[in-house]
Design a binder for this molecule. Structure first.
Ligand SMILES: NC(=O)c1ccc[n+]([C@@H]2O[C@H](COP(=O)([O-])OP(=O)(O)OC[C@H]3O[C@@H](n4cnc5c(N)ncnc54)[C@H](OP(=O)(O)O)[C@@H]3O)[C@@H](O)[C@H]2O)c1
Length: 270
């Protein structure tokens, strides 16, 4: 199926990470020109830039810093002349289990800043660009998490940040974008456990994996490519023209309840 993304210009934040790399590859495979954003892992960005076709551009920015986000979007537009879609994917998941009565304000604020305020800054910069250019089409894809849907004990900071972007921010921006781009759309993918470096600390414990797999009918974890395909689908006007404000879980049908007996789950089936 032709996604219509040939020659589209797409910015992927966190392209130096697991899901971002897979998304960048998937967009490039559709013929898009990808703007690869990363923060500290410049080596990974350089490798990806060398690997991908269609002359990708690598850009770095700390997305918690207002001035750096403004510079990132200015550089993206000046390098490519336009910005057809943005994937707000960068984020952190502090691995330590800290119930709220033990969580420091510092951790709470750092997670909210990295996982929610950074998305506000990127969305604002993209919408300012749309306000200047007034294109017919535009697409913003947010990356939430099942933690934002079901909650995650020991990770109230992360769950609250992801819920904020997947509900209030998403549903507000889908109404605002059409004032700037009449066919503009804002959607979110919400991955469950996905096999990237972020998830590694949580995957050391085989009993922990079993408990995760008990909650999904497709008793396996996601690969970054599974999430990337959903991102491409939501970014491509030709594939998802009438979808906006949609929160798409990519989590094997995960529910907030146990579906499999502990002993029936194979921890190696990931
Ligand atoms: N993996 C999972 O199980 C899972 C589940 C649900 C949701 N998600 C969400 O999926 C998204 C991607 O996660 P992933 O698994 O691919 O994680 P990952 O491999 O750890 O990648 C995280 C990316 O975010 C970037 N980043 C982190 N802090 C940043 C900052 N302050 N400024 C700019 N960039 C920053 C990193 O840049 P550098 O490495 O260059 O510093 C990296 O590119 C995240 O939003 C995450 O919350 C992941």
């Amino acid at each position: 199926m032709d996604s219509g993304l040939r020659d589209a210009v797409v910015l992927v934040t966190g392209a130096s990470g697991g899901i971002g790399t897979a998304a960048a590859r998937a967009f490039a495979a559709e013929g898009a020109r990808v703007l690869l954003h990363g923060h500290t892992n410049t080596a990974r960005l350089a490798e990806l830039q060398a690997e991908l076709p269609h002359d990708p551009i690598a850009l770095t920015a700390d997305l918690t810093d207002e001035a750096q986000v403004e510079r990132l979007f200015a550089s993206a537009v000046s390098a490519c002349g336009r910005l057809d879609a943005v994937v707000a994917n960068a984020g952190i998941w502090p691995p330590a289990d800290e119930p709220i009565h033990k969580m420091s304000l510092k951790r709470w604020e750092e997670t909210l800043r990295t996982d929610l305020t950074s998305v506000f800054l990127c969305a604002r910069a993209y919408f300012r660009y749309l306000d200047r250019v007034r294109p017919e089409h535009a697409a913003l894809v947010l990356v939430g998490s099942t933690a934002g849907i079901f909650g995650e004990a020991g990770h109230a900071d992360y769950a609250a940040a992801k819920a904020g972007l997947s509900y209030g921010l998403l549903r507000t921006l889908k109404n605002e974008i059409v004032r700037l781009a009449p066919q503009g759309r804002v959607n979110a993918v919400c991955p469950g456990w996905t096999l990237t470096n972020m998830a590694k600390p949580g995957l050391q414990d085989k009993d922990g994996i079993r408990r995760v797999l008990q909650t999904r009918p497709l008793s396996k974890l996601a690969r970054p490519e599974d999430v990337a395909q959903a991102i491409v689908f939501l970014a491509a006007h030709r594939l998802s023209a009438h979808l906006t404000g949609v929160l798409l879980p990519v989590a094997g049908g995960m529910e907030g309840r146990v579906l499999h007996k502990f002993e029936d789950v194979d921890p190696h089936a990931i």
